[in-house]
Design a protein around this ligand. Structure first.
Ligand SMILES: [Zn+2]
Ligand SMILES: [Zn+2]
Length: 294
């Protein structure tokens, strides 16, 4: 550091005078050494003056612009190096939980961040999920919408979809029934299978037979449901219809009908609360929905 600063008299002086921080000086020194002959006294003046005004984060941005003015090819080459370091690991642990680990170049990161932000939306008052939990939910939601949208390329002659294999005894929660199985996953609890089968968005394979028809909410019913509910019906939630499942108030596996009076729209988060987390929903006399925690 001190050796590099010998060639940077303005930086050294500003640091000694306490006008800039050590971090500012380090950034300027690194820039000078990266740019070599292209770094001239005038560039140093610009960076020292900027350092007196802004924090190191903003200085870094100014440095990128300066580098691009003085050495556009070098900046392109740095960007290509950043791109070549990209990777994404998606690995399943012995417990069945998935772990994501990755590295994206600035453009890739910005694309993902923008999309995640949009799916996350503004945080609702009753939403007690952490930012990290909301981001995880948003990533899964993006993938789910891609699958549901049917625009993804076929794999092995079939549109990609998830199937859940479950026995009728599991769906109706008979004591002693087996767990359900989700493709690419570990065995899942009966209540998760009931949620997935609730809207039949994930093809249920019941007692070994693909069940494509009976529980699917017919198009006309779904349109009426959307017109009536206009989005998630959970109190305080304003998720739009595209992000919701049609929930059977009385599950079809328990004899509930797939008709308008037995269906409400719930977003994925609230659908999960009602199935796996044991919340109950009751219709008040004014038809407003009341959510009761377990
Ligand atoms: Zn449901
Ligand atoms: Zn909701």
């Amino acid at each position: 550091m001190s050796r590099k600063l010998v060639a940077l008299p303005q930086t050294e002086q500003a640091l000694a005078d306490g006008d800039i921080s050590y971090r500012h000086a380090t950034l300027i020194a690194e820039t000078a050494s990266q740019l070599g002959d292209k770094f001239q006294a005038q560039a140093e003046t610009i960076l020292v003056d900027t350092s007196k005004e802004v924090d190191p984060w903003r200085l870094q941005r100014a440095i990128w612009h300066l580098k691009h003015c003085l050495d556009a090819d070098g900046v392109l080459s740095d960007a290509n190096k950043a791109n070549s370091r990209r990777f994404l690991h998606l690995s399943q642990t012995f417990d069945g939980v998935y772990r994501i680990d990755g590295w994206l170049d600035p453009e890739g990161g910005a694309v993902l961040n923008t999309a995640l932000d949009s799916v996350m939306g503004p945080r609702l008052a009753d939403d007690d999920r952490s930012a990290a939990e909301r981001r995880a939910d948003a990533a899964v939601e993006m993938a789910r919408r891609q699958l549901d949208g049917g625009q993804l390329p076929e794999v092995g002659g079939q549109k990609p979809h998830l199937a859940v294999s479950v026995d009728m005894s599991t769906l109706s929660k008979e004591p002693g029934s087996m767990a359900a199985e989700l493709e690419w996953s570990q065995p899942i609890p009966a209540e998760t299978a009931r949620r997935l089968a609730c809207d039949a968005a994930i093809t249920p394979i019941i007692d070994g037979e693909a069940d494509h028809t009976t529980r699917v909410v017919p198009g006309a019913t779904r349109r009426a449901l959307i017109a009536r509910d206009k989005g998630c019906r959970f109190p305080g939630c304003d998720c739009p219809p595209a992000w919701t499942d049609a929930h059977h108030i009385k599950h079809w596996a328990d004899g509930g009908s797939t008709t308008l009076d037995n269906l409400i729209l719930l977003c994925r988060r609230h659908h999960r609360l009602v199935h796996e987390e044991g919340w109950t929903l009751e219709l008040a006399p004014d038809r407003e929905l009341v959510a009761i925690p377990p």
